[in-house]
Write a protein that binds this ligand. Structure first.
Ligand code: ZN
Ligand code: CA
Length: 569
């Protein structure tokens, strides 16, 4: 019988309650940006003035009506190997919807009430998937990254991958989103954008984050309108919610009637929908028409939305002209393969893979799957796998099965080839196999006094495992210790294992510490684990969790046996 004890600490800042429907986190994102960077908010005051001035100029001599902008786009799919790793076809469906909406080529323009139809129009902005990546390599305009940051995504996801925002419109596709500790929108946010700017924005977080099940209208987004990105791209090009984010607020667009608040659930059968706001200064559309709830920048259901106003189109083109013009230059279109004359070519694959589990016992079989991308699967002509420690030690199947008979920590590699080229994915220490029979009988004891901890060169079966992380994780320290628990070394009491959440970079980080395998076959039940613990709360919003899981199958599956949150700690 094999039994493990593992100690897991996850730092999860922010506990959220759910609220009524809500689906865009852009305003919360902006508030958080300003809270973290007060200088940006100061600059945003100037922004507002500049925008108002800009719009005035546009009506006279700024952006011309025949200007047509092309924007190169890259989708970064952040996934854990599940459904959220959406297909290129689903992304192409999203691009089609986005471009139809922006060009007013959507099928439901006839649903625009006639009083608004004359104000609706082509925004003259076109989005194209990049065909050349920042290194000059052929791309389908989609990157794919394994990361658990796809869950409850915050800004952190953008640190995984971003292509230079002056050359590409970055869109991250994730499983779920939670914006900020101050909101109650967790689980309700379908996407969020960052407004454009230079002085008042941060390039390293520029772009849009969107949930996979609202990206497009097919695949995992079957049954949704695909207009979350239409709305978020509007923000990314400087559009404000149509109600100006306050009671009868100003969205700085003259041909949208002033609106009282977000129109959740309002649809065409509500027309006319007048909730008594006054006509704003400079407004060119009469308030008698009621509110333009079918505008993409409202919160009505995507199926009820069908228009940008001409003024919104002008404002977006102004934003491009002013803040994002480099994206649309002919030289950038050529550099990203999005110019009219670009001839699409087949790309070489990018090798990627996943096993159904990576911790196991000697004798376990693993099922590998190729997740290679950047080319259609049927264009891949060969798969060359090598499995250190595995039987077989190599394979040419697409999705091979491999048995690991010996304990150890092993590397796996996959080279994927098509007629254009090949690529290799190397994962060091990918498979962690424990002996089938643990040779360390209970009672097991660890006082962390060895300065070698967590590895013991002379007794590797005693090694503890820590999660891979670039951030500070579990660390051996002599700065903290607990009363002596050792039944062996009575005089030693100087060290411990410690983790410091103040050094973490990202909300929601998990740091894992795994004990060696312990043989409990000759142990009286119930089995108990004891440990000493000290915890200091970092600040009022800290929300650390300590959980302990037990595995009877060498870490393949885990059962939670202990969980304490910050208050309990
Ligand atoms: Zn929004
Ligand atoms: Ca308006």
């Amino acid at each position: 019988m094999k039994n493990f004890i593992t100690i897991t600490i996850g730092l999860l800042i922010g506990v959220f309650s759910t609220s009524a429907q809500n689906w865009c986190g852009t305003v919360e994102h902006q508030k958080k940006l300003y809270a973290d960077n007060p200088e940006l908010e100061e600059a945003s005051e100037k922004r507002t003035a500049a925008f108002n001035r800009l719009q005035g100029e546009n009506s006279a001599s700024g952006v011309r009506n025949d200007d047509h902008y092309i924007v190169p786009v890259v989708f970064h799919v952040i996934h854990e190997g599940g459904d959220e790793n959406i297909s290129l076809t689903q992304i192409e469906d999203q691009m089609k919807i986005l471009n139809e909406d922006f060009a007013r080529l959507n099928a439901d323009t006839t649903n625009t009430p006639s009083v608004f139809a004359e104000y609706a129009g082509d925004a003259r902005i076109e989005f194209r998937l990049a065909k050349i990546d920042p290194d000059g390599n052929c791309t389908e305009g989609v990157t794919r990254t394994f990361s658990n940051l796809t869950n409850d995504t915050h800004e952190d996801v953008k640190t995984l991958i971003q292509w230079a925002p002056e050359h590409y419109f970055n869109i991250w596709v994730v499983k779920s989103i939670s914006i900020d500790i101050d909101t109650d929108l967790d689980g309700m946010i379908l996407g969020f954008a960052q407004f454009p700017g230079q002085l008042w924005s941060k390039p390293e977080t520029d772009g849009v984050v969107i949930r996979h099940d609202y990206c497009g209208s097919i695949g995992t987004a079957q049954g949704v309108s695909g207009r979350t990105l239409t709305h978020e791209a509007g923000h990314w090009l400087n559009l404000i919610h149509i109600w100006g984010d306050e009671d009868c607020g100003n969205d700085q667009v003259n041909d949208t009637p002033t609106a009282k608040e977000a129109n959740h659930g309002v649809c065409t059968n509500h027309f006319p929908w007048d909730r008594g706001c006054e006509t704003g200064s400079g407004q060119t559309i009469t308030q008698d028409s009621g509110e333009m709830f079918m505008n993409y920048m409202d919160y009505s259901d995507g199926y009820c939305q069908n228009m940008f106003s001409l003024g919104q189109g002008t404002r977006m083109r102004s934003a491009i002209n002013q803040y994002r013009v480099n994206l649309t230059t002919e030289s950038n279109l050529i550099a990203t393969g999005t110019n009219d004359n670009y001839v699409t070519v087949d790309c070489a694959p990018i090798a990627e893979f996943k096993a159904n589990f990576t911790y196991g016992c000697a004798g376990d079989g693993l099922n590998y799957e190729s997740h290679s991308y950047n080319t259609p699967v049927d264009s891949i002509s060969s798969y060359e796998w090598t499995f250190e420690g595995g039987t077989p030690s190599s394979s040419t199947e697409q999705n091979p099965s491999v048995i690991y008979n010996e304990s150890g920590i092993f590397k796996t590699t996959l080279t994927t080839t098509n007629r254009v080229g090949s690529s290799t994915a190397i994962k060091e220490a990918y498979v962690n196999i424990s002996p089938e029979n643990a040779d360390m009988p209970a009672p097991y004891f660890q006082n962390f006094e060895s300065h070698e901890f967590p590895t013991f060169d002379n007794n590797p079966h005693l090694n503890w495992t820590t999660s891979e992380s670039e951030d500070p994780s579990w660390q051996w320290t002599t700065e903290v210790s607990s009363p002596n628990l050792s039944p062996i070394d009575n005089n030693i009491n100087s060290a411990s294992i410690r983790i410091r959440s103040s050094e973490f970079n990202q909300i929601g980080e998990k740091h894992i510490l795994i004990t060696p395998s312990i043989d409990l076959s000759n142990t009286l039940t119930p089995v108990r684990a004891y440990f000493d613990l000290a915890h200091a709360r970092r600040n009022e919003s800290s929300n650390d969790n300590l959980t302990i899981h037990v595995s009877k199958d060498c870490g393949r599956t885990w059962t939670r046996r202990f969980n304490k949150d910050t208050d309990a700690l």
